[in-house]
Design a protein around this ligand. Structure first.
Ligand SMILES: [Fe+2]
Ligand SMILES: [Fe+2]
Length: 258
Protein backbone atom coordinates (compact mmCIF):
# COMPACT_ATOMS: atom_id res chain seq x y z
CA UNK A 1 0.00 0.00 0.00
CA UNK A 2 1.34 3.41 -0.85
CA UNK A 3 0.67 6.97 0.20
CA UNK A 4 1.94 10.39 -0.75
CA UNK A 5 2.38 13.15 1.80
CA UNK A 6 2.71 16.78 0.75
CA UNK A 7 3.78 19.35 3.37
CA UNK A 8 2.65 22.96 3.65
CA UNK A 9 0.89 23.98 0.42
CA UNK A 10 1.55 27.72 0.21
CA UNK A 11 -0.93 29.79 -1.80
CA UNK A 12 -1.88 29.55 -5.45
CA UNK A 13 1.58 28.50 -6.73
CA UNK A 14 1.43 25.56 -4.29
CA UNK A 15 -2.11 24.63 -5.29
CA UNK A 16 -1.12 24.64 -8.97
CA UNK A 17 1.75 22.27 -8.25
CA UNK A 18 -0.63 19.89 -6.47
CA UNK A 19 -2.98 19.90 -9.46
CA UNK A 20 -0.06 19.31 -11.84
CA UNK A 21 1.84 16.53 -10.08
CA UNK A 22 -0.59 14.58 -7.90
CA UNK A 23 -2.50 12.90 -10.79
CA UNK A 24 0.78 11.79 -12.33
CA UNK A 25 2.14 10.42 -9.04
CA UNK A 26 -1.16 8.77 -8.16
CA UNK A 27 -1.01 6.84 -11.43
CA UNK A 28 2.72 6.08 -11.46
CA UNK A 29 2.87 4.77 -7.87
CA UNK A 30 -0.70 3.45 -7.62
CA UNK A 31 -1.22 5.62 -4.55
CA UNK A 32 -4.06 4.68 -2.26
CA UNK A 33 -3.93 7.84 -0.15
CA UNK A 34 -2.77 11.41 -0.66
CA UNK A 35 -2.32 13.44 2.54
CA UNK A 36 -1.44 17.15 2.52
CA UNK A 37 -1.07 20.05 4.93
CA UNK A 38 -3.56 22.85 4.17
CA UNK A 39 -2.52 25.48 6.75
CA UNK A 40 -1.05 27.94 4.20
CA UNK A 41 -3.16 27.07 1.16
CA UNK A 42 -5.26 30.29 1.21
CA UNK A 43 -2.67 32.93 0.23
CA UNK A 44 -0.47 31.72 3.08
CA UNK A 45 -3.05 31.78 5.84
CA UNK A 46 -5.50 28.97 6.53
CA UNK A 47 -7.94 27.42 4.10
CA UNK A 48 -11.19 28.51 2.44
CA UNK A 49 -14.22 26.47 1.35
CA UNK A 50 -13.39 27.22 -2.28
CA UNK A 51 -9.86 25.88 -1.96
CA UNK A 52 -11.06 22.81 -0.10
CA UNK A 53 -13.45 21.97 -2.94
CA UNK A 54 -10.87 22.86 -5.60
CA UNK A 55 -8.24 20.50 -4.16
CA UNK A 56 -10.54 17.74 -2.89
CA UNK A 57 -10.14 15.67 -6.09
CA UNK A 58 -6.40 15.54 -5.35
CA UNK A 59 -6.21 15.24 -1.55
CA UNK A 60 -7.83 12.53 0.56
CA UNK A 61 -6.83 13.56 4.09
CA UNK A 62 -5.89 17.07 5.19
CA UNK A 63 -3.61 18.09 8.06
CA UNK A 64 -3.23 21.53 9.62
CA UNK A 65 -1.04 23.51 11.97
CA UNK A 66 -0.74 26.85 13.73
CA UNK A 67 -2.60 28.53 10.82
CA UNK A 68 -5.58 26.15 10.93
CA UNK A 69 -7.90 28.75 12.45
CA UNK A 70 -6.74 31.78 10.39
CA UNK A 71 -9.95 31.68 8.31
CA UNK A 72 -13.27 31.14 10.05
CA UNK A 73 -14.40 29.18 6.99
CA UNK A 74 -12.42 26.28 8.42
CA UNK A 75 -15.05 25.69 11.12
CA UNK A 76 -17.58 23.79 8.95
CA UNK A 77 -14.70 21.97 7.28
CA UNK A 78 -13.50 20.70 10.65
CA UNK A 79 -16.79 18.86 10.95
CA UNK A 80 -15.68 16.80 7.94
CA UNK A 81 -13.97 13.62 9.02
CA UNK A 82 -11.01 14.05 6.72
CA UNK A 83 -9.86 17.58 7.60
CA UNK A 84 -7.81 17.61 10.80
CA UNK A 85 -6.37 20.15 13.21
CA UNK A 86 -3.43 19.53 15.58
CA UNK A 87 -4.18 17.64 18.79
CA UNK A 88 -2.56 20.28 21.00
CA UNK A 89 -5.33 22.88 20.96
CA UNK A 90 -7.73 23.18 23.90
CA UNK A 91 -11.50 23.27 23.48
CA UNK A 92 -11.66 23.82 19.72
CA UNK A 93 -13.79 22.03 17.12
CA UNK A 94 -12.40 19.30 14.93
CA UNK A 95 -10.51 16.05 15.16
CA UNK A 96 -6.76 15.43 15.36
CA UNK A 97 -6.81 11.99 13.77
CA UNK A 98 -8.48 10.15 10.94
CA UNK A 99 -8.66 6.40 10.57
CA UNK A 100 -9.96 3.64 8.38
CA UNK A 101 -9.42 -0.10 8.63
CA UNK A 102 -5.68 0.08 7.91
CA UNK A 103 -4.40 3.67 8.18
CA UNK A 104 -4.39 6.25 10.97
CA UNK A 105 -3.38 9.83 10.17
CA UNK A 106 -2.42 11.96 13.17
CA UNK A 107 -1.91 15.73 13.19
CA UNK A 108 0.21 17.05 16.09
CA UNK A 109 2.23 20.16 16.79
CA UNK A 110 5.50 20.88 18.59
CA UNK A 111 5.52 23.22 21.57
CA UNK A 112 8.45 25.52 20.76
CA UNK A 113 7.20 28.86 19.38
CA UNK A 114 3.75 27.52 18.58
CA UNK A 115 0.39 28.33 20.15
CA UNK A 116 -0.33 25.04 21.80
CA UNK A 117 -1.03 23.76 25.24
CA UNK A 118 -1.07 20.02 25.58
CA UNK A 119 2.23 18.15 25.64
CA UNK A 120 2.32 16.18 22.36
CA UNK A 121 4.92 13.69 23.62
CA UNK A 122 2.94 12.47 26.61
CA UNK A 123 -0.31 12.30 24.67
CA UNK A 124 1.08 10.53 21.58
CA UNK A 125 3.10 8.11 23.72
CA UNK A 126 -0.21 6.85 25.12
CA UNK A 127 -2.52 7.28 22.14
CA UNK A 128 -0.53 5.36 19.50
CA UNK A 129 -0.90 2.16 21.55
CA UNK A 130 -4.55 1.86 20.61
CA UNK A 131 -3.77 1.50 16.89
CA UNK A 132 -1.15 -1.26 17.06
CA UNK A 133 -2.62 -3.16 14.10
CA UNK A 134 -2.69 -0.17 11.77
CA UNK A 135 -0.19 1.95 9.89
CA UNK A 136 0.14 5.20 11.85
CA UNK A 137 1.19 8.30 9.92
CA UNK A 138 2.03 11.46 11.91
CA UNK A 139 2.34 14.96 10.48
CA UNK A 140 4.40 16.59 13.25
CA UNK A 141 4.10 20.31 12.71
CA UNK A 142 7.01 21.91 14.50
CA UNK A 143 9.51 24.75 14.57
CA UNK A 144 12.21 22.94 16.54
CA UNK A 145 14.21 20.17 14.86
CA UNK A 146 14.97 18.80 18.34
CA UNK A 147 11.30 18.18 19.09
CA UNK A 148 10.85 16.39 15.78
CA UNK A 149 13.82 14.09 16.34
CA UNK A 150 12.70 13.42 19.90
CA UNK A 151 9.27 12.31 18.75
CA UNK A 152 10.97 9.93 16.29
CA UNK A 153 13.08 8.37 19.05
CA UNK A 154 10.09 8.13 21.37
CA UNK A 155 7.80 6.44 18.85
CA UNK A 156 10.09 4.54 16.44
CA UNK A 157 9.06 0.93 16.11
CA UNK A 158 5.53 1.85 17.18
CA UNK A 159 4.35 4.03 14.27
CA UNK A 160 4.79 3.87 10.50
CA UNK A 161 5.96 7.40 9.77
CA UNK A 162 6.70 10.75 11.39
CA UNK A 163 7.09 13.48 8.80
CA UNK A 164 7.70 17.08 9.83
CA UNK A 165 6.05 20.22 8.49
CA UNK A 166 5.86 23.96 9.37
CA UNK A 167 9.39 25.27 8.67
CA UNK A 168 8.68 25.14 4.90
CA UNK A 169 12.33 24.17 4.32
CA UNK A 170 12.88 20.58 3.24
CA UNK A 171 15.56 18.54 5.01
CA UNK A 172 17.56 15.62 3.58
CA UNK A 173 17.44 13.24 6.55
CA UNK A 174 14.84 10.82 5.23
CA UNK A 175 15.39 7.52 7.04
CA UNK A 176 13.70 4.31 8.13
CA UNK A 177 14.58 2.84 11.51
CA UNK A 178 12.74 0.00 13.23
CA UNK A 179 10.09 0.22 10.51
CA UNK A 180 9.40 3.91 11.15
CA UNK A 181 10.05 6.44 8.40
CA UNK A 182 11.28 9.84 9.57
CA UNK A 183 11.94 13.19 7.91
CA UNK A 184 12.48 16.39 9.89
CA UNK A 185 10.64 18.54 7.33
CA UNK A 186 9.21 17.69 3.94
CA UNK A 187 9.38 21.35 2.87
CA UNK A 188 6.78 23.59 1.27
CA UNK A 189 4.96 23.21 -2.00
CA UNK A 190 4.75 26.69 -3.51
CA UNK A 191 7.23 29.48 -4.28
CA UNK A 192 10.83 28.35 -4.05
CA UNK A 193 12.55 31.69 -4.67
CA UNK A 194 11.06 33.73 -1.85
CA UNK A 195 11.07 33.60 1.94
CA UNK A 196 9.35 30.40 3.12
CA UNK A 197 6.98 30.73 0.15
CA UNK A 198 6.33 34.47 0.48
CA UNK A 199 7.61 37.43 -1.57
CA UNK A 200 10.82 38.43 0.23
CA UNK A 201 10.91 41.91 -1.38
CA UNK A 202 7.52 42.80 0.08
CA UNK A 203 8.55 41.44 3.48
CA UNK A 204 11.90 43.26 3.53
CA UNK A 205 10.76 46.72 4.79
CA UNK A 206 9.37 45.09 7.91
CA UNK A 207 12.72 43.45 8.62
CA UNK A 208 14.71 46.66 7.98
CA UNK A 209 12.52 48.85 10.16
CA UNK A 210 11.60 46.43 12.92
CA UNK A 211 7.93 46.72 12.02
CA UNK A 212 5.99 43.94 10.35
CA UNK A 213 5.13 43.96 6.66
CA UNK A 214 2.18 42.00 5.33
CA UNK A 215 3.29 38.73 3.81
CA UNK A 216 2.33 38.38 0.14
CA UNK A 217 2.73 35.60 -2.39
CA UNK A 218 4.17 36.26 -5.83
CA UNK A 219 2.01 34.23 -8.22
CA UNK A 220 4.75 34.44 -10.87
CA UNK A 221 7.45 32.88 -8.71
CA UNK A 222 9.50 29.74 -9.38
CA UNK A 223 7.49 26.92 -7.86
CA UNK A 224 8.52 23.72 -6.17
CA UNK A 225 6.62 20.53 -5.37
CA UNK A 226 7.87 18.45 -2.44
CA UNK A 227 6.50 15.25 -1.01
CA UNK A 228 7.26 11.83 0.38
CA UNK A 229 5.90 8.56 -0.95
CA UNK A 230 5.80 5.62 1.44
CA UNK A 231 5.11 1.97 0.93
CA UNK A 232 4.16 -0.15 3.92
CA UNK A 233 3.51 -3.82 4.56
CA UNK A 234 0.63 -3.48 6.97
CA UNK A 235 2.33 -1.94 9.97
CA UNK A 236 5.86 -0.95 8.92
CA UNK A 237 7.37 1.25 6.23
CA UNK A 238 9.23 -0.78 3.57
CA UNK A 239 10.57 2.07 1.51
CA UNK A 240 10.26 5.83 1.15
CA UNK A 241 11.05 8.26 -1.63
CA UNK A 242 11.43 12.01 -1.45
CA UNK A 243 9.91 13.57 -4.57
CA UNK A 244 10.78 17.04 -5.73
CA UNK A 245 9.59 18.90 -8.80
CA UNK A 246 9.42 22.25 -10.51
CA UNK A 247 6.93 23.47 -13.10
CA UNK A 248 8.36 21.13 -15.75
CA UNK A 249 10.05 18.11 -14.23
CA UNK A 250 9.68 15.81 -11.29
CA UNK A 251 12.49 13.82 -9.67
CA UNK A 252 12.61 11.06 -7.12
CA UNK A 253 15.50 12.44 -5.11
CA UNK A 254 16.11 10.00 -2.28
CA UNK A 255 15.12 6.40 -1.75
CA UNK A 256 15.51 4.63 1.57
CA UNK A 257 14.60 1.06 2.45
CA UNK A 258 13.67 -0.31 5.81
FE1 LIG B 1 3.21 26.39 7.19
FE1 LIG C 1 2.88 26.20 10.60
Amino acid sequence: MRLLFIGDIVGKPGRKMVEKWVPLLRKKYQLEYVIANYENSAHGFGITLKIYHQLSPFIDIWTGGNHTFDKKEVLPLLEEEKLLRPLNYYDVPGKWYWEDEKLVVINAMGQYGLPCGKNPFRKLNREVEKWKEKFIFIDFHGEATSEKQMLFHLLKGRVGAIIGTHTHIGTDDLQIEEGTCYLTDVGLTGCNDGMIGFDWKKALPGYLTGTRSKLEIDDKCKSIFQGVILEWNGTQTCWAIKVKGDSHTLHETQLVRG
